[in-house]
Design a protein around this ligand. Structure first.
Ligand code: RUQ
Ligand code: CUA
Length: 699
């Protein structure tokens, strides 16, 4: 929006007077003035064996038993582990942790024992270092954490290391505190974005320049309705939503790096393309696409159809490759069908090759978008420059992320206890994509997502083991496939972690100090609050390899964060007040308020708000009038926020200083409506009201 590197100075400079008249009664404008604004092998009943005689069905059953056992206070996990023939894991998980030092595979005993004690919320691990990771009242955090809000449709901003929630940014849903979906512009964004009332945000990624955060935008997916959104990080406000065609469940979200040349949405559910009633019960005709979006215009540039479902994704650091995990290479429609085969794929998209195909007209236009055929049998995959390379992995890899050095894409096994380390340079060289697999360490049960520090370590969530495993990815390349040697340490989390993120892990230069594990279950960890429990975001200090991972914070979390980006505060420059040059509406200064009856049924009101009044103490309109109110907050002092809430008309516009918002409604119910300010702005906040009189038409 604006390129001014330090815009707030200007805004503060515009403050020609401090409005300290908290007690001053507003001098209302006279009533008069108010007259004037997107199979191979066969199988047994339980599907193929995926580890030590155990099948997908076994794993799912184990997981469910664990959940039940946790509820009963017993440890079924320990009870079943000997069957797994994992030498280090013969002990119960907790015993394993205690025995770690003796096993000699881990160094973090101190940090691990802290989690076994009953110290609750960040209360000093045995290393005693957690005090260093708190933030005193009045002090600022070092990092911004941008967490997805899952099916709340929002983004949450937390300070790290305090884990204090600083703000929520509505993205795919109307929200009254910030007036999102209440004023004309945000309503239009929601409407043009498909008009749905909710979304399912999973993967927030902050834009980068030269593989480092530039603080400009945050992009996030809507898994539910197949959309991608952009949040402006100057104003911390959603400014665009793209309703992605030919796709349902846009899941992974990420960017072409190093410079955010494209934003990618990874399509998950396979559907007919277009999904307009054709082929409804012909699953072979369904497809799943990768969508490339221009970050400036948020227009869809192209899509690539692939075989199987996709899942998560991440961009290489060099601008050529994009990686997406996937499951359901069987292309089944039931869970049994989707888990029949014993392998799936990581798809490596060659972005320049895809652009070449688009430019050469080698695509089919579907729903107005060029769709390039990236399926296995596509002619575009026959030459020496295939558009998509299919790297075979064990069944159902879930998360994929590229290492900070850009050398490897690591896919987490989910239903397989390994992570697959794919060489990024090798992808372009090898004849058989399988030869690009450089390592496959056995990390534990249920690996989902992997984050990085700045010292060559990968951290992977183990959903079934309820642990985070720290491992050395170069050691994994050196080791035999299936080796546990690369494991440095494991640490329990409470419970069942999904994603995890480390500070600046998605850049070329992670900070290597904090890691947050986004745990799905929190049972018994907090005061009970009814049958729907909070989740638990646990923060670790990972900066001391000798001491090991140290759990320093538990933060109950409203359902449900799926991913996050942690950005150093120096890389974000939020505005303190609005700059009217940054929006399209005309600002209404004091003295320029107006009321205009345009015609028999149309009224336009331009007004302002300040402590403790609105430009008009009352406004009279007639039943059935279409009323447009444009209103500016004329305050120049940061944090003096007003709103205009219009009772029974379902409106609440939040007005930050120097902001202007507009709303149009039909005054279809005669009566008296006390418009008021919902932000407690001053001693006379309660008095900050305006009477809206809707006179009966025939009165
Ligand atoms: S996916 S943790 Cu989008 Cu793993 Cu949820
Ligand atoms: Cu303005 Cu309360």
């Amino acid at each position: 929006m604006t390129t001014d590197p330090n815009p707030t100075d200007d805004r503060e400079a515009r403050s020609d007077e401090q409005r300290d008249d908290a007690a001053g009664t507003a001098s209302a404008t006279e009533d008069g003035a108010a007259e004037e604004r997107r199979t191979d092998e066969g199988s047994t009943d339980d599907g193929p064996e995926i580890v030590d005689g155990r099948t997908v069905e076994h794993l799912i059953t184990d997981h469910e038993r664990d959940i039940a056992a946790t509820a009963e206070g017993t440890d079924a996990t320990a009870a079943r582990r000997p069957n797994l023939d994992l030498p280090r894991l013969e002990l119960g998980r907790r015993d394993f942790m205690k025995a770690g030092a003796a096993v000699g595979a881990m160094t973090g005993l101190a940090g691990c024992t802290s989690v076994l004690s009953d110290e609750g919320n960040g209360g000093g691990g045995s290393s005693g270092a957690s005090g260093e990771h708190s933030v005193a009242p009045g002090e600022h955090d070092e990092y911004y954490g941008f967490l997805s809000g899952g099916h709340t449709g929002e983004i949450r901003v937390v300070g790290i290391p305090s884990m204090r929630e600083l703000m929520r940014i509505p993205v795919f849903q109307a929200e009254s505190a910030r007036g999102f979906g209440h004023d004309a512009k945000s309503s239009e964004i929601l409407e043009e974005g498909g008009g749905y009332t909710w979304g399912d945000t999973h993967h927030p990624r902050v834009s980068q320049t030269d593989n480092d955060y530039d603080g400009r935008w945050l992009f996030v997916n809507d898994k539910a309705n197949g959309r991608m959104a952009r949040v402006d990080l100057e104003y911390f406000e959603t400014d665009a939503i793209t309703n992605v065609p030919n796709s349902q469940a846009v899941h992974g979200a990420c960017m072409q790096l190093p410079d955010t040349q494209l934003v990618f949405g990874v399509g998950e559910f396979r559907v007919p393309m277009p999904n307009d009633g054709r082929d409804v019960d012909d699953p072979d005709a369904y497809g799943s696409v990768l969508t490339a979006i221009d970050p400036e215009t948020m227009d869809v540039e192209w899509q690539v159809e692939v075989d199987g479902n996709m899942d998560n994704g991440d961009g290489g650091k060099e601008g050529r490759w994009f990686f997406a995990t996937g499951y359901n290479s069987e292309e089944g429609v039931t869970q049994g069908e989707m888990t029949r085969s014993d392998r799936d794929y990581v798809k490596a998209f060659d972005i320049p090759a895809i652009w070449d195909a688009v430019e050469a007209g080698n695509y089919e236009e579907i729903s107005g978008v060029p769709v390039v055929d990236g399926t296995m049998d596509s002619s575009l995959n026959e030459g020496d420059r295939p558009v998509v390379r299919y790297v075979p992995t064990p069944k159902s890899p879930h998360g994929v992320s590229v290492t900070p050095d850009g050398n490897y894409a690591i896919a987490s096994g989910k239903l397989d206890p390994t992570c697959t380390v794919i060489g990024v340079d090798e992808i372009a060289e090898v004849d058989d994509p399988a030869d690009a697999i450089l390592g496959q360490p056995r990390v534990g049960m249920g690996p989902l997502h992997t984050a990085y520090d700045d010292r060559g370590h990968a951290y992977t969530t183990l959903f079934i083991d309820s642990q985070v495993v720290k491992w050395d990815y170069e050691a994994a390349v050196e080791a035999e496939a299936g080796s546990e040697e690369p494991i440095v340490e494991k640490h329990d989390v409470h419970y069942n972690p999904g994603h995890l993120i480390a500070s600046e892990s998605y850049t070329a230069s992670p900070q290597g100090d904090y890691l947050v594990s986004l745990n799905k279950l929190s049972k018994d960890r907090f005061l009970p609050v009814g049958p729907i429990h909070p989740e638990n975001d646990q923060m670790f200090y990972i900066g001391d390899d000798d001491a090991g991972m140290e759990l320093v914070k538990d933060k109950p979390s409203y359902p449900e964060p799926h991913d996050a980006s942690i950005v150093h505060r120096d890389k974000i420059e939020p505005a303190k007040t609005w700059d009217p040059d940054d929006y399209d509406l005309d600002f209404v200064p004091e003295g320029e308020e107006s009321f205009e009856r345009v015609d028999d049924s149309t009224v336009e009101i331009e007004m302002w708000a300040r402590r403790n009044e609105y430009a008009f103490p009352e406004v009279t309109v007639r039943e059935g009038d279409e009323v447009t109110i444009r209103i500016s907050n004329v305050e120049t002092t940061s944090d003096v926020i007003h709103s205009i809430a219009i009772p029974e008309y379902d409106i609440n516009l939040a007005l930050a200083p120097q902001d202007t918002r507009e709303v149009t409604f039909t005054a279809d119910e005669p009566g008296v409506y006390w418009a008021y300010c919902a932000y407690f702005c001053s001693a006379l906040h309660l008095e900050m009201r305006s009477r809206i009189l809707v006179e009966p038409r025939d009165g």
